[in-house]
Design a protein. Structure first.
Length: 605
C-alpha cells in the first residue's frame, strides 16, 4: 500500500505535499517523493527512507512549484531504491505520475513501449503510465485524452495522479484503490486518505472506481470512463483536525489507545437502548435480518480477531456463524446461500483479501455487510449494507481503538440479528446493553490504573510471550500476541487455552511469561491451564476482573479489568494487552507507529 497526495490552487505546494505525505506515512514508509510544476517544467525529488529523508533532500536542493503530486511508497514491484520511488516520469520529464496499487499487465505494456523506443529507468509497474501518456501525446492526443487512453489499457488496481506537460491541471483516477478529493476555497487536494488534507478543508468528495478527475486552480470535473459528467456529493467531515495528529503523545498508537473511551462512546452512541435493554441500529430496523440463516465473518489480522469474537457471540445466541480469514475464503470456498450474511470486518474498508472475499460471496448470491471505519471506502460501496464504526481516524499501523469499536459494534449487531433470528431479545440483552453503556468508563479506569508498564519492564528479557484464553478470550489472546509481536518484534503467540496441552506446552519455560485471559467463560478450565504452565516454571500474568477468586491467588501478577458482562470483558482485557505491547515495544525503542515491513492497509493480495 502507498499514499498519494496532490494539491493545486494552493500557495506553497512543496510544503503542503510534504505535510500531506507525513500524515499518510502510515500507508508506506520505504521511500517518498514529490513532483511540482514550475515555469521550467516539472521538478522531481524522491528519496529512499521516511519522509524526513525527502525533507532533507528538498532542504539541500530546494524546489518550488505552483501545484504538484506526492507519494509515500510501500514497495511491491522493484526494490527500495531512489529510482523505484515515485513520482515516475517519461523520458522527456514532462509527465509525472504517482500510483497506489498494482498494474497487473505492466510487463506486456512495458515490452510494447520498449519496442516503440521508450526507455525505462525503474523496475516498477507504475512507470508504464507516464510512458503510455507520452506515447498517446506523440500520437496527437490532448493531455486529458492521453491520460484516459493510458488508463484504459491498464489492468489491476490503482489510484493514479498525474501532471502532464504545460497543463495547469492534475489528472486523477481510481479503480480498486482509494482516492478522495478535498474541496477547499479555490484549493483542491487529492489523497489516498482524508488525514492528508483535513487541516485545510473538511469538504470531501469520495471518488468511485472508474471516476476521472481533472482539477485546476478554478475547480474540478468528475467524469466516467466514457467522459460523461458524474455527480458526486461533497461530504462534510466532522473530525477535529487534531484527531489526525499526535496531539502531544509520543506515538499515534498510544494516543489511539487512550482515545478508546471516546471512540467507544461514538460507536455505541444512539445504538444502545438502555430503557428496553436492546440494540438499536437505524441501519437495520426490526426484521432486517429475518431471512438470515447463517453468518460468515471475513477479515484479516486484528479485524479477523474481532470477527472470531463476534462468531462466538452469534453462536452463543444460537446463530450459525463462522469467522474466516478473508485471504483463505476464496480458497476454502465455504458454501453460501442467498440466506447467508457475509460480514466484512475492516478498519480501512480497502483490504484486498477482504474485498475479494465479499466479491466472491456476492457472486455466489450472499448478502454482504461492511463493518468499517472509513466512510466511502470500497467495502461500503461494494456491500449491500454498511455499519460504520465511527472510531475516528486510526493512524498507528497497529490497530487498537478500532478493535474495541469493532467488537462493541459487532456485539450490538449480534444482538440485533438475534432478535430477528430468535424472534426475541437474548435473555441477558439488558445486562449486555448496560455493560456496553459502561464500557467507555471501564476502559478509562484501565487507562488510569494499569500496571502494564511495570509488567513490560519486569519481563523485558524474556524468550517469548504466550497468550491464552477460552471462548471469546481466545481471539483476545491471538490479538494480544499479534499486537505484541508486530510492534516489539519479540516472539509472541496466542493459543486457545484448551490447545496448550496438545503441543504448545513444549515451548513453555521459566523465561516465557504467559498472559492468561479470564472473561468469565469457563474460567475454571483456564485456571487449570494456568497452573499447568506455572508447574513448568512460567510466570503467569492473569488478566481478570475477579479479584476475589483463585486466579488472583495463583497468578504472579494481575492486570485487573472492571467487573462487567462476560461478552464485554474481552474488550477490556485487550486494552490491558495493548498497553503491555506498547510499553514493551517502547522499552525496546521500536518504531511503534511504523513497524518494519508493515503498512496500515494491505491493498494487495
Ligand atoms: C494489526 C493490523 C492488521 C489489520 C489487517 C486488516 O494491528 O492492523 O492486522 O487488522 O491488515 O486491516 P483492515 O482492518 O483495514 O481490513
Amino acid at each position: 500500500m502507498c499514499g498519494i497526495t496532490a494539491c493545486i490552487g494552493t500557495e506553497n505546494s512543496v510544503e503542503l505535499l510534504i505535510d500531506g505525505l507525513r500524515r499518510l506515512e502510515y500507508r508506506g514508509y520505504d521511500s517518498a517523493g514529490i513532483a511540482v510544476k514550475n515555469e521550467n517544467g516539472i521538478s522531481v525529488t524522491k528519496r529512499v527512507g521516511e519522509v524526513s529523508e525527502l525533507v532533507a533532500a528538498v532542504e539541500q536542493n530546494p524546489i518550488s512549484g505552483t501545484f504538484g503530486i506526492g507519494h509515500t511508497r510501500w514497495a511491491t514491484h522493484g526494490g527500495v531504491t531512489d529510482g523505484n520511488a515515485h513520482p515516475h516520469t517519461d523520458e522527456s520529464g514532462r509527465i509525472a505520475v504517482v500510483h497506489n496499487g498494482i498494474i497487473s499487465n505492466y510487463q506486456p505494456l512495458r515490452a510494447e513501449l520498449e519496442s516503440k523506443g521508450h526507455t525505462f529507468s525503474s523496475e516498477t509497474d507504475t512507470e508504464v503510465v507516464p510512458h503510455l501518456i507520452e506515447e498517446n501525446l506523440r500520437n496527437g492526443a490532448s493531455p486529458e485524452a492521453a491520460f484516459r487512453a493510458a488508463i484504459g489499457t491498464l489492468s489491476g488496481s490503482y489510484a493514479i495522479t498525474a501532471i502532464i506537460g504545460d497543463e495547469q491541471a492534475i489528472f486523477a483516477t481510481r479503480s480498486g484503490s482509494p482516492l478522495v478529493l478535498g474541496v477547499g476555497d479555490g484549493e483542491y487536494y487529492l489523497a489516498s486518505d482524508v488525514p492528508a488534507f483535513i487541516q485545510h478543508t473538511p469538504r470531501v468528495v469520495y471518488l468511485h472506481d472508474g471516476d476521472f478527475v481533472v482539477t485546476t486552480p478554478d475547480g474540478y470535473t468528475i467524469t466516467d470512463s466514457a467522459g460523461r459528467s458524474v455527480d458526486r456529493p461533497i461530504e462534510y467531515i466532522e473530525w477535529d483536525p487534531e484527531t489526525a495528529t499526535k496531539g502531544g503523545y509520543e506515538h499515534y498508537m498510544y494516543k489511539e489507545i487512550n482515545e478508546q473511551p471516546g471512540a467507544l462512546r461514538r460507536t455505541t452512541q444512539g445504538r444502545l437502548n438502555t430503557h428496553t435493554g436492546g440494540a438499536e441500529l437505524e441501519e437495520f430496523p426490526p426484521g432486517a435480518f429475518a431471512d438470515i440463516s447463517q453468518i460468515h465473518l471475513v477479515a484479516m489480522g486484528t479485524s479477523h480477531h474481532a470477527g472470531m469474537y463476534a462468531a462466538s457471540l452469534l453462536n452463543a445466541r444460537g446463530i450459525p456463524a463462522y469467522a474466516f480469514m478473508s485471504g483463505e475464503y476464496s480458497v476454502i470456498k465455504p458454501p453460501v446461500t442467498p440466506n447467508t450474511l457475509v460480514i466484512a470486518v475492516s478498519q480501512s474498508g480497502e483490504t484486498a483479501d477482504t474485498l475479494d472475499a465479499i466479491r466472491r460471496a456476492r457472486a455466489a448470491g450472499a448478502r454482504t455487510l461492511a463493518l468499517t471505519n472509513v466512510v466511502g471506502s470500497s467495502m461500503t460501496r461494494e456491500c449491500d449494507d454498511e455499519l460504520l464504526l465511527r472510531a475516528g481516524p486510526e493512524i498507528g499501523v497497529a490497530a487498537t481503538k478500532t478493535f474495541s469499536s469493532q467488537v462493541a459494534a459487532l456485539a450490538l449487531l449480534a444482538e440485533r440479528i438475534a432478535e430477528d433470528y430468535n424472534g426475541t431479545k437474548s435473555p441477558d440483552s439488558r445486562e449486555l446493553i448496560d455493560a456496553l453503556a459502561r464500557l467507555p468508563g471501564d476502559v478509562q479506569e484501565i487507562l488510569d490504573t494499569s500496571i502494564a508498564r511495570e509488567i513490560a519492564i519486569e519481563y523485558e528479557d524474556s524468550d517469548a510471550y504466550f497468550f491464552i484464553g477460552r471462548g471469546s478470550a481466545h481471539p483476545v489472546a491471538l490479538e494480544g500476541a499479534l499486537k505484541f509481536k508486530e510492534i516489539s518484534y519479540e516472539h509472541a503467540e496466542g493459543f486457545a487455552a484448551s490447545e496448550l496441552k496438545h503441543g504448545p506446552l513444549a515451548l513453555v519455560t521459566p523465561i516465557t511469561p504467559v498472559f492468561a485471559i479470564f472473561t468469565g467463560h469457563e474460567d475454571e478450565a483456564t485456571l487449570s491451564n494456568m497452573k499447568e504452565v506455572q508447574a513448568r516454571g512460567a510466570p503467569v500474568i492473569a488478566v481478570t476482573s475477579d479479584e476475589s477468586r483463585e486466579v488472583v491467588e495463583f497468578a504472579d501478577h494481575v492486570l485487573t479489568i472492571p467487573d462487567t458482562h462476560p461478552e464485554v470483558a474481552g474488550i477490556l482485557a485487550n486494552v490491558q494487552l495493548q498497553l503491555v505491547a506498547y510499553h514493551a515495544a517502547n522499552l525496546l525503542e521500536r518504531p511503534i507507529d511504523k513497524p518494519r515491513n508493515l503498512a496500515k492497509c494491505v491493498t494487495v493480495e
